[in-house]
Structures are given as C-alpha cells and as structure tokens.
Design a binder for this molecule. Sequence first.
Ligand code: ADP
Length: 567
Amino acid sequence: MLRKFLAVLPERDRRSLRALVGWLTAAAVLHGIALGLTGLLIANLLDPGESAAPAGIALGMVTLAFVMVQWIAQMIAFRVGSETARALHTELGEHVARLPLGWFTATRQAEVIGSATGGVTSLMSYPALLLRPALTAVITPISAAATLALLDWRYTLAALGAAAISWWVSRFSTRKAAEVDHRRHETSAEGTSRLLEYATRQPLIRTDRAWAPTPSKSSDLHRALAEVHRAGRRSATAVVPGLLLFGVTLNALFAGLIALGLAWTGNGGSAVFIGVVVVLARLSAIASTGAELAAGLRLQQGALTRLTDILTSPPLAVQTVEKHRSEKIVDVRQVTFGYGETPVLSDVSFTLPQRGLTALVGPSGAGKTTLIRLLARFWDPTTGSVQRNGEDLRALSPEDLYAGIGTVLQDDYLLDTTLGENIRAGRPDATDAEVAQAVAAAGLTDLIAEIGLDAPVGPGGSKLSGGQRQRVCVARALLKSAPLTLMDEATSALDPQNRRLITETAYQLAQNGSVVLVAHDLDTIRRADQILVLDQGRIVQRGRHEDLAAQDGLYQRLLREHGVPTV
Ligand code: ADP
C-alpha cells in the first residue's frame, strides 16, 4: 500500500511521506524497546537477587525518547495528510485535463467524481491517522520481542513466531474483505453513472410519454441502486468473520505462549515469566487494534487502486514529431478515425488557408462534428496527421494548442463565474473597450445592460438561456480572434437570429484568420472560400459554391433538399 501511495505522489510529497515513515518507524521501535524494558524491570523488581536500577533508568530514557519522536511524527503526519490530499487533487485535475475525451465513459466519469470527492479525502487519513498504528502493529512486536532476549531468548523466538502467525491470519481475513469491497465499488460506480444519467437526461425523460416523477421499480436506475444497497450490506458483513477469526487466533496464541512459559519455568512460574506476560498482554492489544485498522486500510487500498487507474490512463501525449513548414494554417493528411471499431472518417485530406472561411456540409452523421473535434485535438486520428503551421498537433503543448484556437461549438462550456470573466476567458488581457466591442458584436448589449458583466452565470452557464450561452461563446471567440476558429452553426435549439449571428461572426473572423464552420443553412455559405462536402466520413466534393452548385452531386442535392436555388 505504501509503495502504491508513493508511486502516485509528486516527488516533493513523496519525500515528506518517506520522512514520515522514518519517524513513525523510529517511534514504533522505541515503543517496542520500552515495552521489552518494562518486562525486564518487572522481572528485576520481583527477583531479590537483581538490581532494578539499570532497567529503570534505561526505560525512563527510552520512554522519553519515544514520547518526543512520537510527538514529532504525529505533527508531521497531520501536515503530510493535508498536503497529500492537495497534491492528489491537483494531480487528478491535471491528469484528467490531459485525457482524450473518448476516455470519459459514464462509468469513468462516476469514478473520477468518486475519486475527487470521497477517494482523495479518505486517502488523506492514511498518512494522517492510519499509518502510525499500522506500522506500530508490525514493528513494535518485533522490537519488543527482540528486547525480551535480555530476559530469555526463547521468549523472543516464541513471540516472533506468534507475530508471524497473526500477520498471516490478518492478511488472509482482510483480503476477503477487499474482494467484496471491490465488487461493492463496481456496483456503486454503476449506480452513480445511472444517477448522473437520470439527472442529466431529465428533459428527455420528462417529455417521454412513459415519464413518471420517480424512477420506476423496473428502471435501470432503480435496479442499480438496489444492487448498491445489497453490495454495501455484503461488504459490511464480509469484514466481521475476518475480525472474529483474528480475535480468536490472537487469544489462542496468547494462551499458547503462556502455556509454553509455564512449561519452561515450571508450574510455580518465575519473575521472568511474569515480566514476559505483561509485555505479551500489551502486544496482543496492539495487534488487535492493528487488525481492526488493517481492514480499514484494505478498503483504502481500493480507493488508491482506483485513483492509480485514473492517474495511469495514458494522456494525449506531446510527442516529438518532425516539423514541416507550411503556407497553410492547417494541413489534414490522410486522416482516418473511429470512436470504436467502425471508421467515422476515412482518408480525409484538406488544407485550410491562413485566412478565409471553410464550410463543412453534409448529411447528418457524415462526420462534420468529428472532424472539428480532431482539429481541436479532442481526439487523435487513428492514422494520418493533423498539422497546424507545419507542426503535428501531437507535438504542441496543450497551452500552445489551445492558445491558437477559438471555438463556438454545440457543447461549449461556460465557467461557473461571472459573465465578464467568461467573455474575457478568450483573452484575459483585453481592454474594457475591446470587451464592449465583442459584447456589442455578439448582441449581448441588452443582456449586459440588464444584469451587468459581474452577474454569475451559474454552473455551466445554467442561469442563461441556450441562445444567451451561445452569444457569450461568440463574444469570447470574437475577443480571442484566434488564428483558427472552429464553429458549429448547428442546433435546432437556436433561433434564426442566433444562427445569423454565428454566420456573420464566422465571416468577420475569417477576414483575419481561418474559420471552419459546420453549416446547416446552406444559403449562408455562398460566399465561403472553400466548401468541403462530407458523406459517410469521406470528402466527396470540394470547391466554391458556384462550382459545386453547377455539378451533379451531393452538394446540388443538398441545396435542392433545403430549397436553396442552385444558380
Ligand atoms: P455530423 O456532425 O456530420 O452529424 P458526427 O461527426 O457527429 O456527424 O458523427 C459521425 C458518426 O460518428 C455518427 O455515426 C455518430 O453516431 C458517430 N459518433 C459521433 N460522436 C460519437 C461519440 N462520442 N462516440 C461514438 N460515436 C460517435
């Protein structure tokens, strides 16, 4: 567990944790020596032929050292605990931001939420609280047993044997609990993802005729939650037999050691025997606490494994790829891509000029949105490459990659902050006049006069209407005026006014940069510098409106379907 823990921590926190382990180990060793010396002192006090003074002085000194080391260790433990939680949260956040979007299945989203909220917080108690008793349960008995050699080495051997047996039994019983906990967690993640689905699909559920205010007993959500409940009960009861078994073993070992002692010393007992019994009684209590904690530790191990799984999922790596100089801002070369086995894009090649508007058209499902996602490196192509200014997107750092791209997409997200900050996210150093210009161009002047730039937009922009959210994204993209802007005119949710706004913005940005627009309203792209017609993941036609409209092909058919004149 410690090794796994060290592996997920950044170097600085790793050093702190190692130092903590050092201090805790020293405290546990001193604890054991103090216990052993207590036995020696008792034996010496009971034996008229021995002087108790040396053992007493040694015990006093060791106890003092133990208290000091223990105090320092506990101070370090609390600090390391809180720093660890911070480091793991940061690492989780940074790693998740670098994962390909395809990684985020519903279950994995639930895993990330579980790790960020419960997992990391519960792991914080590992260095802060649990590590000390866990190390004590293992190291103190060994150190106490070694000290007992001062009295009689046979007790040392017997106590070490008993420690080995109880260690093995403890492992055996907690392993079972860990297996059950793993299953409990899987069902819990499934339950969370069903719950998320139920919460986020409310509009659909409510407009569905089969809608009921609460999930029905036969629904997936109900089944998943019932399974979570059952798994939770199984997990709790699975720990009990292990703990009982360990308790019985410990008592049996204690009785066995006493019997052995009696056999060695004769029925009358001796001063040494009494000293040893006192030490063993104390060790048995320490081991018993350790066993209870071991079950807790095993469960934490589950949380750690899940966190490690997320942190070791391969991110979109920045690779060293050969650089080609290019006049074009984007060069897409023989790209093939599929979300799964089925190819969604096949052998797609095109270039985007440094300035101008490129429209993507085609029937629904042709791959337009997917192509936009590859241009923004939300995913990497399966084969082929996407280059920007002669560099493969895979060679750009996330900062460089996104500094050069603006987006107005269907699933664009607003940050849970003010309206003003959302607009400024495009270019934080923009002047107030520039912000006002972008606000006016995006048709947000009235809204801002009403609620002000400092109004909070709510999580994901939930306090704004769909149209207002889109306008904020437009203002953000206008302010950014990135060399490459990716836009989706899209969605039926948009009123004609907003669609027009998007198209106008596209033309405006295309004067100084390159714009790719997924166009649904074919009437608006007559002036596009380049039109790419996609069908079933392939570019079937390319050119300007006049040429394509005159050709017998998909573009002409689409124009007719939309009632747009072909001449
Ligand atoms: P368009 O934008 O032209 O309508 P898309 O790029 O959205 O087309 O979709 C192309 C194909 O890829 C469709 O068959 C769609 O079902 C599939 N697809 C789109 N997004 C995903 C996704 N996240 N996971 C799996 N398949 C997807």
